[in-house]
Design a protein around this ligand. Structure first.
Ligand code: BGC
Length: 300
């Protein structure tokens, strides 16, 4: 039994149900993707992993063989359910509460990870949020909060990861010293009125990722981004949860379906693994063609 893009809970014969979130495949369907365990012996921190894209990424990395830190700020019970699921299906996970915008909290999270698993090999800087408002109604608080979590949070986590990669030195589990995957968005390039704070934070991630990638490539540290389009998660429920909303959203997606967190999890495993060893400084858009300016298929 498969569960795709909905909230139906099924305990099928093919494996344990592994998610409460939207659109994560079954344990068995994810296991079928990574029989060779490309991340075996490595440790990953995934920020904002108690729901949405972060949850999907954490589950995929775990099935691909990595020890996974499931970072969260709120909803500890959701993080615990994911950690328990991973641990009871042959993986290895640890939940750590930390606000990515808080320097001391990020440092403590890395210290705890290193104490438990020895080091960090992979960072997926995923935690992000929206505080939408018309521009002239946007408060400084809305602007600063989005910047703090989405951009400063990715800086603090990436800095801690680079420091740990360099401290630890090369090991034989990967051809690279370390891998950083930033969770960006199609809105690092597509302007988004009504969401100026969010789009600005993602535009910032583009240059954070590229400049950092350029700086640390000689040390064999790879830094890339995933640019998700519309993925069914709690952050954008309003955009797909009614048939009318979904039909309107699909006009922006040439591939004609809304994305799932599995679409993102698979690319995260690829970017974290040696399959992508020679790729650094790139954003891989996982968006069903949203960045192809679909309006121009019939206009212009
Ligand atoms: C946003 C979603 C939005 C999607 C496509 C994402 O980065 O978080 O709310 O649906 O971009 O516009």
């Amino acid at each position: 039994m498969r569960r795709r893009n909905n909230k139906t809970l099924r305990f099928g014969t093919e494996g344990l149900l592994i998610s409460y979130a939207v659109g994560v495949g079954t344990q068995a369907s994810i296991e079928a993707l990574y029989p060779h365990k490309p991340l075996a012996g490595q440790t990953a921190i995934v920020t904002g992993a108690n729901s949405g894209i972060g949850e999907g990424v954490a589950r995929h990395l775990a099935v691909a063989g990595a020890n996974v830190v499931v970072n969260y700020v709120v909803k500890p019970e959701a993080a615990k359910a994911i950690v328990d699921d991973i641990n009871s299906s042959g993986g290895s996970a640890l939940g750590i509460q930390a606000d990515v915008g808080d320097e001391a909290g990020v440092e403590a999270m890395f210290a705890q990870t290193i104490e438990k698993f020895g080091t960090v090999d992979i960072l997926v800087a995923n935690a992000g949020l929206q505080r939408d408002a018309a521009f002239d109604a946007m408060t400084l608080e809305q602007w600063e909060f989005v910047m703090k979590v989405n951009l400063t949070g990715q800086f603090l986590c990436a800095r801690a990861a680079v420091r740990e990669f360099k401290r630890r030195g090369m090991r034989d589990v990967s051809a690279s010293l370390g891998k950083i995957v930033h969770m960006s968005s199609v809105h690092e390039t597509i302007p988004w009125g009504g969401h100026v704070n969010y789009a600005s934070s993602k535009g910032g991630i583009l240059q954070l990722m590229k400049s950092l990638a350029q700086e640390v490539a000689p040390q064999k540290i790879r830094v890339n981004s995933i640019g998700p389009g519309a993925i069914k998660t709690p952050i954008n429920t309003a955009a797909w949860s009614t048939p009318e909303a979904e039909a309107s959203l699909l006009k922006l997606i040439p591939y004609d379906r809304v994305g799932s967190v599995d679409d993102i999890g698979k690319v995260a495993v690829f970017l974290a693994s040696d399959m992508s060893e020679y790729i650094t400084g790139q954003t891989i858009f996982v968006d069903g063609g949203m960045t192809l300016y679909p309006g121009f298929a019939t206009g212009g």
